[in-house]
Ligand binder design. Sequence first.
Ligand SMILES: [Zn+2]
Ligand SMILES: [Zn+2]
Length: 102
Amino acid sequence: MLELRPTCENCNKPLPPDSLEARICSYECTFCASCVDHILDNVCPNCGGGFVPRPVRPSRNWKDGNCLGKDPAGTRVRHRPVDPDTHARFAAGIRSIPPEKR
Ligand SMILES: [Zn+2]
Ligand SMILES: [Zn+2]
């Protein structure tokens, strides 16, 4: 189950469970859309993979209790800002390879 991490790892902007700005990689590294688009160039600084929008977990119990009431969002902040120049070099190397071969 997704942890629903509470903030952007780079800029520490709050990303509550209903945020439409939260982006995650396959390891659930979590960033805001602005950092993904303008700083990370859609390359995760931790694993080199890409990002997708994080789904919103329902706040209401639509079915079988599967909602934030039973499975609340994570609270552990992971604020590890990237160095823009270092990341730009890392991302350029990865982006030079076709997506299906990364
Ligand atoms: Zn951010
Ligand atoms: Zn990652």
